[in-house]
Design a protein around this ligand. Structure first.
Ligand code: SAM
Length: 343
């Protein structure tokens, strides 16, 4: 089993690109951070993930669509045996939570319809064209692809989950074939300006003040200190840059917030679920300008569900079987809202 970082996880082009721009100070310390982040000592499962990347079948895509979804290649780019091989290898990174992805006619039907979240968010954004974008807690990078599809100049996702980072680079391996010759052993440096780094937000340098748009989607309720999270996000933005915050809320008034003592919808590590008005007031207090709630939606069992690609329990199992307005613990069932503000 390999234990070294796969050549498909190549941060060199990113580091070169960042060396001269607004993120140059971070670029100096990034190599060491990245070196420490991807190690076998840290992740015992890493050899299995590496072998997935090493065993991806070579398929040259003839199509790349990041605007309507994440579609790489088409059925006619490979035969059925190769498609089956692709499926078998990618299953080595189960569970696939965020997606869906369409790879050479293979439908990766992930736990989440992350495209539905994107559809709720996208109408409210300052256009991403030519922007430098950070996606905090990006999972396997599904939304990062959609940001690139909207014309972002560069997208950097960060997520501390090693498995999700490997999922991202499996997808990138195929997406990149659009922009360079198909040669696994001698990749060109002409790579797509999109990366997912195996880092948590606490590892970003303070006061970066560099990104044009910062996303934090599905992360806020996992943070123990909500004000610190808001301030960290604000400090990543350049003046007038845009924050997009998506999180669980409760339907209640100003000042109200749910802090579940035990689990919430069977999730550990859930801290603060404020009401919309409460979160808006926290955003103002943290110096964010003109915060507004632009979308609110109850999470449905069609949006989050078990699939072939995520075979564990999902939302249906996390709700009260006799009342879907409540979680299994008796809390209000998940309602998610999207907030926008400027720095
Ligand atoms: C609910 S998922 C959200 C994924 C994606 N942003 C979305 O909206 O579909 C939360 C993600 O946050 C990541 N995460 C957890 N702690 C984090 C931290 N300290 N910094 C950045 N991301 C973190 C998790 O690994 C997980 O992938």
């Amino acid at each position: 089993m390999p234990s070294k970082k796969s050549p498909l996880i190549n941060f060199s082009p990113l580091l070169t690109a960042l060396a001269d721009g607004p993120l140059s100070s971070w670029a100096k310390r990034l190599p060491e951070q990245l070196e420490q982040a991807i190690t076998i000592e840290r992740w015992g499962d890493m050899p299995e993930w590496q072998s997935v990347l090493d065993n991806l079948p070579l398929i040259a895509p003839t199509q790349l669509d990041l605007k309507q979804g994440v579609t790489i290649g088409q059925s006619s780019d490979c035969d059925d045996n190769t498609r089956q091989q692709l499926k078998d290898v990618l299953m080595g990174l189960h569970p696939w939570r965020k997606g869906p992805y369409e790879l050479f006619g293979l439908h990766l039907d992930t736990e989440w319809r992350s495209d539905w979240k994107w559809d709720r968010v996208i109408p409210h954004l300052a256009p991403l064209q030519d922007r430098l974008v950070l996606d905090v807690g990006c999972g396997n990078g599904y939304h990062c692809w959609r940001m690139l599809g909207e014309g972002a100049n560069r997208v950097i996702g960060i997520d501390p989950s090693g498995k999700f980072v490997h999922q991202f680079y499996a997808v990138k391996f195929y997406a990149q074939k659009q922009t360079r010759g198909f040669d696994k052993l001698a990749p060109s440096t002409d790579v797509l300006p999109i990366d997912v780094l195996p880092l948590g937000i606490e590892q970003l340098p303070p006061e970066l003040k560099a990104f044009d748009t910062v996303f934090s989607m599905g992360v806020f309720y996992h943070r123990r200190s909500p004000m610190d999270h808001l301030r960290e996000l604000r400090d990543c933005l350049r003046a007038d840059g845009q924050l997009v915050l998506e999180t669980l809320v409760i339907e209640a008034g100003l000042g109200e917030v749910l802090v579940p003592e035990g689990r919430y919808a069977k999730m550990r590590n859930v801290w603060f679920l404020p009401s919309v008005e409460t979160l808006l007031s926290w955003m103002r207090k943290c110096g964010l300008k003109n915060p507004r709630m632009v979308d609110i939606a109850k999470t449905s069992i069609e949006e989050q569900r078990s699939t072939e690609w995520m075979q564990f329990h999902s939302l249906r199992d996390f709700l009260d079987p006799s009342d879907d307005k409540l979680t299994a613990e008796g809390h209000p069932a998940p309602v998610r809202a999207v907030f926008i503000a400027e720095a």
